[in-house]
Design a protein around this ligand. Structure first.
Ligand code: PMP
Length: 325
């Protein structure tokens, strides 16, 4: 769908997957004026296909778009585009645990000029790809690397937006994590480096021995994960306490050492809920060993995937039915 300042959003089109034409002076190529989303379509036992909270993705895309000086797209238009693509690609929605069709809605500035200003023409597209588990090995615990040299976001920056530039900044630290044998990188706050923000592509939760969930508050630097938001609601439904507040690496280390923090997990659309088995840094390692995955991590994972795949009741009305079974 194309947007221009004069005419707004034009008629959507469903096209076969293939290359797109772009002018070499298109502003997105030079100034990174781009935002995106990630969500999944799930096939349930009865053959029906659903997506999970697509309206939340639409709202977040618009929050990101505002920060990147891009136009907002009506939520209904976003949701209709996702529905139309999923329905057209229904045969590509796989069956089976952890098997999904990953959907990537994105918006790019697409006006040709070389001066630095926001574009007056944009395009919104959605592409899809079948996906298996993000980390091989299912719910096997992952190791994460504490990035002490690089920050993902700074105060007043674009950390809370889902824009390509944030990921460009996280690629080198992610490579550094891989070189350390870790699957993900943990970012802390650039101004107060003990303060935990999030992982390269996931939010972080810690579980206290008394069952309380701890997660960094939305501080303007981290992405408001839809999985994070949903888990907070599911945990509260179960009577669990959830604290959204500043969390530090020191508190995590001390809590593991004295037994008051018993589990840690990463969450996101791609990672679902993945237990953290180890946090590595240049000068220390926290090891959850045989304690990962812990019972709270597994119970929340079961609850969330149960709703998505239709084995648990969708009491919050989070599913959008796209294809009937
Ligand atoms: N943080 C970052 C940096 C991410 O890329 C993602 C994935 N979108 C998340 C958190 C988790 O967000 P969600 O639960 O909406 O997938």
């Amino acid at each position: 769908i194309v947007w221009t300042k004069e005419d707004g959003w034009q008629q959507p089109e469903l096209l076969p997957y293939g290359p797109i034409q772009m002018d070499p002076a298109s502003s997105v190529l030079h100034y990174g004026q781009e935002v995106f989303e990630g969500l999944k379509a799930y096939r349930r036992e009865d053959g029906s296909i659903v997506t999970f909270r697509p309206d939340e993705n639409a709202k977040r895309l618009n929050d990101s778009a505002r920060r990147l000086a891009l136009p907002e797209i009506p939520v209904e238009l976003f949701v209709a585009a996702v529905r139309e693509l999923v329905a057209a690609d229904a045969e590509w929605v796989p069956r089976g645990a952890d098997q999904t069709l990953y959907l990537r809605p994105f918006m790019i500035a697409d006006e040709s000029f070389l001066g630095v200003r926001s574009a007056e023409r944009a395009r919104f597209m959605v592409i899809a790809s079948p996906a298996g588990p993000y980390f091989s090995g299912g719910v096997k615990p992952v190791s994460i690397w504490l990035s002490q040299q690089y920050a993902r976001a700074g105060r007043g920056g674009t950390g809370a937006a889902k824009c390509g530039g944030n990921y460009a900044a996280s690629l080198l630290p992610q490579n550094e994590a891989a070189a350390q044998g870790c699957q993900q990188v943990l970012f802390t706050d650039s101004a107060t480096p003990d303060t935990i923000d999030e992982l390269g592509g996931m939010n972080l939760f810690l579980v206290r021995a008394d069952g309380t969930l701890l997660t960094p508050q939305l501080n303007g630097n981290i992405l408001e994960g839809i999985t994070r938001k949903s888990l907070i609601e599911l945990a509260r439904d179960r009577g669990m306490a959830v604290e959204e507040r500043e969390l530090t690496v020191s508190e995590w280390r001390a809590g593991v050492a004295d037994g008051s923090i018993t589990e840690a997990f990463a969450c996101g659309t791609a990672a679902v809920i993945t237990p953290i088995g180890q946090l590595k840094a240049t000068d220390f390692t926290i090891d959850f060993g045989a304690a990962a995955p812990g019972p709270t991590t597994l119970a929340l994972r079961e609850e969330l995937t149960g709703i998505q795949f239709g084995t648990r009741a969708d009491t919050h009305g989070w599913l959008d039915l796209v294809v009937k079974g």
